[in-house]
Ligand binder design. Structure first.
Ligand code: PLP
Length: 716
């Protein structure tokens, strides 16, 4: 058997190094810290908080950094604290039991390699920007829970994604933080003679080198390629500095490294995937590298690329996430080959044959190149991420299948899901655990699991909803005060932040990318009406969060107008913008609001997943019938705004804003404030129950991964 240098041994060494710092009773903390399984194991987060919640917060909830920086006297104190040791014992045995369960293969010949440009595993590993990364992170966690032999392949961005700082006027500024890899639960993978594994990919005139890091995500491993090596020039090192750079050259270098370098890294580690799952088109060049290996194995006269690719199609599947042509970047052939021309030559292909594969119309030499058409052509299966997105994608990519009608375009869909143990807040999980039986999370895709909801009383369900809302309000009070100080507001306004919001008032959340198609501005289409909704009667409070791409001036302008409305209408105590939306604040937002808004211009939302997180916490969705909500909404389990596509966007905005306001005025506010004798809004809770029962079994990664297994992976 070939030797595997898969980094498992390197992780053990890192654990041992950390362990030496710890008093003997705390030794288990070392291996726990090097496996993100702690973050979705009950008690995991509590364990670190119990040791020192404030320092854990200061360490960015990163257990390795936390333990490395904890003063010795605190370690010694923790080592004699019965409560801490008991919890440590429970968490360690839960995690051990989980890690000891055997894994199985979906395909007998090897693991599935899940390749993606970003992974959102945890806030302490900032190599993600948003929804695509969350999906990839949730996928790996679910693969671990289900014991499927899977590895993740991505890039280690040393500066991650942007942090957002608003100025007083509401204009977004960006900054980036540099990761200290010595204090993150990442381990450099070493090969023969203990030398770090390094792969090389020709980029431009030079060879770009990359080392490989391993992250333990439960029973799965995530491998991240990193160009921060002495041998690379400063410019080359920048390849893995930041996510989604504006420059096409940098992006192409990233995608070359991810696709070609990713296959080379797996090979160097002795891992031979049975299947490569390309999550979005970015890793599509992997197929060329695999084809080139096949050609070398065959020897003799090389078959042409088209034939190699068609023979290799069995090993690739592709998930597309973009419902607009503009989202599928294209590159001029000159740019493409100035970056990746030498790579193509090294793999033994001609530029013409690669260009033909990366064009919708292979014979149109003027057409720019795209990774999505390439990914579709090299894969045996392409799927969209919701039912509606499936039909949008079939129409969009019909030109790739001349002679077929839109309905016959071979693009299916697997609707996205979210990882329940990550996204369902602890109080809700504990409540359900009392009624749904042991290990109910593993049966969460079975509707009968959720029939036990009937046994939960309104009072208990309402108590959990109140607890989650209060927790959110505590979080925003401290965060908003600091946000206001940081942007230079006066101390008066900053300290008003500490009294923000009323824990008994219906709380509405909107958190997503500040791209214009997300239509945050619908909310303040008629600012006067919004102000009345917020102020009159029982009132309503509104939380908004999201980042604009640094180059998206229009997206930034929307946030600025919002700040203007808040100021002009004196709404700063009831309408609040939370800076720097990311994995740190998302869990409290999606669980603590009462209503979750999504207002995309249809059909531009491929799926959306934050509403799924909200639903499993008993939050009601109020959303345009696009993406997942077009299939999830049943008229009882939330609210829907028409998803029809209209030719006049202005008229559509007026109509949709009016309906949004009416739902808030006539349904949300009255239903929430109409209480029975025990103070419970029973009609509201009836909807919450309906939402939990109808949505939770379906919109989880448990169902999603089962679908991938049966419909995409095991189809031959
Ligand atoms: C879930 C999540 C997203 C994706 O949510 P959408 O509904 O697709 O906008 C983006 N960012 C963060 C931080 C998330 O947690």
């Amino acid at each position: 058997m070939e030797q595997r240098f898969d980094g498992a041994r390197d992780v053990r060494r890192a654990e041992e190094r950390l362990q030496r710092r710890l008093p003997e009773p705390l030794e288990d903390l070392a291996w726990i810290s090097f496996n993100y399984l702690w973050s979705w194991t009950p008690g995991g987060e509590d364990l670190f908080n119990l040791i020192d919640a404030h320092r854990f917060e200061l360490a960015g909830h990163n257990p390795v950094r936390f333990l490395l920086n904890l003063p010795e006297r605190d370690l010694l104190r923790a080592a004699t604290d019965r409560e801490i040791l008991d919890l440590l014992d429970r968490v360690a045995s839960r995690m051990r039991a989980e890690l000891d369960r055997p894994t199985s293969r979906v395909l007998s010949s090897g693991p599935v390699a899940f390749m993606c440009a970003e992974f959102a595993i945890h806030s302490s590993l900032p190599v993600y920007s948003g929804g695509l990364g969350v999906l990839a992170g949730d996928y790996l966690k679910e693969a671990s829970d289900q014991g499927l032999d899977t590895v993740g392949v991505g890039l280690l961005y040393r500066r991650g994604y942007l942090h957002q700082r608003m100025d007083v006027s509401g204009w977004q500024h960006e900054f980036w933080e540099v990761m200290n890899t010595g204090q993150v639960p990442l381990v450099r993978v070493r090969g023969a003679h203990n030398q770090p594994i390094v792969v090389s990919v020709p980029v431009g005139e030079d060879d770009l080198l990359a080392q490989v890091w391993r992250v333990n995500v439960g029973r799965t491993a995530l491998y991240l390629l990193d160009a921060e090596l002495r041998e690379n020039t400063a410019l080359e090192r920048w390849t893995t500095a930041r996510l989604y750079e504006g420059s096409h050259e940098i992006r192409l270098a990233q995608y070359g490294l991810l696709g070609i370098g990713g296959v080379r890294a797996l090979d160097a580690m002795g891992i031979s995937p049975a299947l490569y799952h390309m999550n979005e088109g970015h890793p599509a060049l992997a197929a060329l590298e695999v084809a080139s290996r096949t050609a070398k194995e065959l020897g003799g006269v090389r078959p042409d690329l088209a034939q190699l690719v068609s023979e290799g199609r069995d090993r690739f599947v592709f998930t597309t996430h973009t419902p607009v042509p503009a989202g599928n970047e294209t590159y001029y052939a000159d740019t493409f080959f100035s970056v990746l021309g030498r790579s193509v030559e090294q793999m033994g292909f001609s530029r013409e044959e690669v260009a033909a594969l990366a064009r919708v119309n292979s014979s149109d030499a003027g057409e720019p190149l795209g990774l999505s058409p390439l990914a579709i052509k090299v894969s045996r299966s392409t799927n969209a991420v919701s039912e509606r997105h499936g039909s949008v994608a079939r129409e969009m990519w019909q030109p790739l299948f001349p002679g077929r009608s839109v309905d016959q375009v071979p693009i299916t869909h697997v609707t996205n899901g979210v990882h329940l143990p990550t996204w369902m807040a602890t109080p809700m999980r504990q409540l359900l655990s009392q009624f749904c039986g042991p290990d109910w999370e593993r049966r969460s895709n079975d509707p009968t699991t959720w029939s036990h909801l009937d046994a939960i009383s309104d009072l208990d369900l309402w108590a959990v909803r109140n607890q989650l809302r209060r927790h959110l309000i505590e979080m925003i009070r401290s965060k908003v005060s600091v946000d206001r100080l940081a942007r230079g507001e006066n101390v008066e306004l900053a300290s008003a932040g500490q009294r923000l919001f009323d824990p008994d008032v219906v709380t509405v959340g909107f958190a997503r990318r500040l791209a214009t198609y997300k239509r945050l501005d619908l909310l303040f289409h008629d600012p006067e009406r919004l102000a009345r909704i917020v102020r009159e009667g029982p009132g309503l409070q509104l939380l908004i969060s999201g980042k604009a791409h640094p180059l998206d001036e229009q997206g930034k302008a929307v946030a600025k107008s919002l700040f203007g409305v808040i100021r002009d209408y004196g709404l700063s105590d009831r309408v609040v913008f939370l800076e720097d939306y990311d994995l740190r604040i998302a869990p409290a937002l999606v669980s603590g609001c009462d209503v979750w808004l999504n207002l995309p211009r249809p059909p531009l939302e491929a799926s959306g997943t934050s509403g799924m997180k909200a639903a499993m916490n008993g939050v009601l969705n109020l959303s345009v019938l696009d993406g997942w909500w077009a299939e999830g909404f049943n008229s009882q389990n939330g609210w829907g705004i028409s998803g029809t596509v209209e030719s006049d966007p202005g008229a559509q905005d007026r109509r949709d804003a009016d309906l949004l306001y009416r739902i808030l005025e006539e349904e949300v506010k009255p239903l929430f404030s109409n209480r029975d004798l025990s103070g419970v809004p029973s009609a509201w809770l009836a909807r919450v129950r309906d939402s939990l029962r109808t949505l939770s079994p379906t919109y989880s990664t448990t169902r999603m991964l089962a679908d991938y297994n049966t419909e995409i992976y095991r189809t031959r």
